[in-house]
Ligand binder design. Structure first.
Ligand code: SAM
Length: 275
């Protein structure tokens, strides 16, 4: 569909280069444009805005996802210069701000997996929760309590709005600040399930993840790993986890969440800890 929209302005080879670089989030399209096509960025934006019916804004992603808040710079190509939109996933509604708080539609399969694993009555610590995607999906699916922590004040505020629109007040609790400090002060030995979705820095936060998790609880330990063979990425992360963990851990499974570069993967290892 996007490819067809661009037929009039790009050759077939040029639009092939672009296709995997699109994300449509609510009424916003974000496109990463290779250097070779930068001179055509405005016409790409205007064409997409005109051709894709519900789209109100087309942005060009002009930086990588970076910094403590894992955000990116966007440049408006066509339409309204508004980075906030409503996004629906798995029966939940979310207000997201695609420039000022981390959000990726590419984690939807993993969010659904965690929501399905969650059991009624669980307490969850979501250490790097962003706008509360994992927290809200789990709490919508099961009767649980989720502490949704994030350092970025804009992400925590959006999480509060998302709690309200999904009617989950009291079930999801948004707390702004450094996850390690919040855990140390309020959440020691609280959770049955802990998420560490800051994959670049999981090792640094493993002690805090263990502190918030009860004896017998589960940690979903996310990581980035280089692997020559895709099939080995999960096992390599398991080995890495076993090397660094200070507690007795039963590995329940591991998998690739998504590819993040050539021979570079985001992975998750599910572990049950004894302490
Ligand atoms: C990769 S994003 C994950 C967001 C969310 N789990 C999702 O899937 O949409 C990582 C998040 O960690 C937050 N963050 C970074 N350092 C943090 C810290 N020390 N404590 C709490 N949150 C932190 C960032 O602001 C960012 O929103």
């Amino acid at each position: 569909m996007l490819k067809k929209s661009l037929e009039s302005v790009l050759t077939s080879q040029e639009s092939n280069e672009l296709i995997s670089a699109f994300d449509q989030i609510g009424n916003i399209i974000i496109v990463r444009i290779p250097d070779s096509l930068l001179s055509k960025k405005k016409i790409i934006g205007e064409t997409l805005l005109n051709e894709v019916k519900i789209v109100k804004s087309v942005f060009y992603q002009s930086s990588a996802v970076e910094g403590d808040f894992r955000t990116r710079n966007l440049e408006i190509l066509a339409g309204e210069d508004n980075t906030e939109t409503e996004y629906k996933e798995f029966g939940c509604k979310f207000i997201v701000d695609v420039e000022n708080a981390f959000f990726s539609p590419r984690l939807s399969t993993e969010r659904e997996r965690i929501a399905k694993l969650t059991q009624d009555g669980e307490v969850i610590t979501n250490m790097f929760a962003g706008v509360g995607m994992f927290s809200i999906m789990a709490a919508k699916k099961k009767k649980c309590t989720v502490y949704s922590l994030d350092l970025n004040p804009i992400a925590s505020k959006l999480c509060e709005r998302n709690i309200a629109i999904n009617k989950l007040a009291g079930e999801v609790i948004s707390i702004n600040g450094n996850a390690s400090k919040i855990i140390e002060e309020q959440l020691i030995d609280k959770s049955d399930r802990t998420l560490t979705l800051l994959p670049e820095r999981s090792d640094e936060f493993l002690d805090s993840a263990i502190s918030t998790t009860k004896n017998g609880g589960i940690i979903h330990y996310y990581s980035h790993i280089h692997a020559d063979k895709k099939s080995e990425a999960g096992k390599l992360t398991e080995e890495h986890y076993k090397k660094i963990t200070p507690v007795k851990s039963e590995i329940l499974g591991s998998k690739i969440v998504r590819a993040v570069g050539p021979r570079y993967y985001q992975t998750v290892v599910d572990v049950k800890i004894t302490k």
